[in-house]
Design a protein around this ligand. Sequence first.
Ligand SMILES: Nc1ncnc2c1ncn2[C@@H]1O[C@H](COP(=O)(O)OP(=O)(O)OP(=O)(O)O)[C@@H](O)[C@H]1O
Length: 285
Amino acid sequence: MTDADEATSRGEPTDNDGDTSVVTTTGLTKEYGGRPIFEGVDLDIASGAMTAVIGPNGIGKTTLLKTLLGHVDPTAGTVTYTGPNVDRPMGYLPQEPAFRPQFTVNETVDFYASLVDAAVDTERLLGEVNLSEARNRRVSALSGGMRRLLAVAQAVLGDPPVVCCDEPASGLDPSMARRVFESLAGRAADGMAVVVASHTLSLVETYADHVVILESGGVAAAGSPTDLIERYDAADLWDVYDTVIDPTAGDDPATSDGAARRGDDGPTERESVASDATADTGGQS
Ligand SMILES: Nc1ncnc2c1ncn2[C@@H]1O[C@H](COP(=O)(O)OP(=O)(O)OP(=O)(O)O)[C@@H](O)[C@H]1O
């Protein structure tokens, strides 16, 4: 096995030399009620890169992110943070962000800014997530997508060395989803270690530097999108996913009929095209 192959099997970014690693997991294992979610996961999360974790519903992506963040204790194995010693080493965008509904957008950002030991340019931050015009609107009056954009702002606020985003594109229209990925990729380019769990494979393929595919038991494959596409002789990341993932993996009851392969916002791009075509023909195929 070459060094690169060995690195790949460990879920390490092969396009980094290892010196940029900011979070390392070794033998990371999580069980709930004696049922393994993942076992023996070895990852090196690099700063200055976006690492995307993909896999079916219920496979353990959120649990893995929460374990990296220290919100969930592993059953076995370790998570080691080696980044700078700051008050807030890791930002987090949870799958279901909760904010005080009576706060305005500005007040929400100011509240979180008061908790971090760093100057926060609220105007720039809101501009980045396209919420400038909504700055005086109460959280209770925001759409679901706007709330997610606010959650993105909250996660990267104060420029933590690591940010873990659970389905950052969920509920966003295609151009905002792209904008959020672009913005996170920009943060990565500025040196942040960005970890996203996502079902939006086209954006992952475009913006992620490193992809970790989770399947029952742990990491099924990992590498840059280009490496994975070459390795599996695939047309795109969706094809890689289709090859690597057992359609019955995950524990969502919808998985068995293929629904778990859909994106955050419903069907994957490919399924949308197929169903649009069906709709165009009045459902006649
Ligand atoms: N606190 C908990 N107690 C018991 N089981 C849990 C707990 N949290 C998660 N699980 C289980 O762990 C498994 C992985 O859940 P997780 O939310 O990490 O999956 P996921 O890959 O993020 O799914 P999705 O794509 O649907 O968000 C699921 O079977 C889930 O029911």
